[in-house]
Design a binder for this molecule. Structure first.
Ligand code: SD4
Length: 288
């Protein structure tokens, strides 16, 4: 049993996953509950997640989120969804209560309403900080350089693994822009025969490389999570060369072993049942 999250702001989410996993809760519920708390908290919005996240260039907060279980066909996603404080929960409903795997924009919004989510005014999705930043963007064309995504992986007591990701995407993006996060194989991937992986960073670039699918395939071939992550970032760096972008990768195999790689200093948080401690680590940037 184990749990891992991207960036230091995942600490409360990893703590929550630990508590739920030890209660015997399945990994799907663990990831959804832990994610919802962070998504809905305006304080963590500046990390490019959920409520309080930076809006698009029209001033609207539009979120991408996805969830994937290790069992085949268990995937759901939403993209460019406005007005919902817990987009990952909507992604789960797409997986469980619709014949589809991904819904976007106004379609995702209508589905969320149909599923009983309360749709909020955009003003309620904004925080003072995100409103001020948007003001600066409008008046001085001053953008915010940030590419965080909350990625969480949980391996439960029953041997099931789930990965989830959630983000409000690039600050002041074009309306309708979709990043790597909700795309299977790009922002996240899981296969019960091998493990799961999640990505964070510049999604407009990340989605060109399908890195999480690649990591999971390498783990299936017997690579450790660390070796798989290393190999994938090496391959991407080789292709991108001097145009390398901000990119972080977390992975976990079915033994609960964790691997990480990144192109920037990348903090992450891990709980493992074997030591029963939660640790924050900092991954150094990959250098070719
Ligand atoms: C995305 N990887 O949408 C996510 C998060 C991000 O700037 O911050 N982008 O690209």
């Amino acid at each position: 049993m184990a749990a891992v999250g991207t960036w230091t702001f995942s600490l409360p989410a990893v703590e929550k996953m630990r508590a739920l996993i030890l209660e015997g809760v399945n990994s799907l519920d663990c990831v959804e509950k832990a994610m919802s708390d962070v998504e809905n908290n305006p304080e963590t919005g500046p990390y490019i997640v959920g409520r309080g996240g930076y809006p698009n260039r029209d001033g609207i907060v539009q979120c991408d989120a996805a969830i994937m279980e290790g069992h085949p066909g268990r995937f759901g996603a939403v993209a460019a969804l406005a007005g919902v404080g817990t987009p990952l929960a909507v992604a789960r409903k797409v997986m469980e209560n619709s014949p589809h795997s991904m819904l976007v924009g106004s379609g995702a919004l209508a589905f969320a309403r149909e599923q009983g989510f309360s749709i909020e005014d955009n003003a309620d999705m904004m925080s003072e900080k995100s409103s001020n930043a948007y003001q600066m963007f409008c008046e001085e064309d001053r953008s915010v350089k940030a590419h965080d995504t909350l990625g969480l992986i949980a391996l439960d007591l029953h041997g099931n693994i789930t990965v989830g990701v959630s983000t409000s995407g690039t600050p002041f993006k074009y309306p309708g822009r979709v990043g790597d996060s909700p795309l299977p194989g790009c922002g996240l991937y899981a296969d019960i025969r091998a493990g799961a992986a999640a990505a964070t960073g510049d999604g407009d670039k990340i989605l060109c490389y399908c890195p999480t699918f690649h990591v999971v395939q390498l783990m299936k071939q017997g690579f450790s999570p660390a070796a798989a992550c290393h190999s994938v970032i090496q391959d991407i760096q080789h292709q991108a060369g001097k145009n390398m972008f901000e990119f972080g990768l977390i992975a976990m195999n079915m033994k609960g072993e964790v691997g990480v790689a990144s192109s920037v200093p990348f903090p992450y948080v891990v709980w493992s049942q074997s030591t029963n401690t939660i640790h924050q680590f900092q991954q150094s940037p990959y250098s070719p």
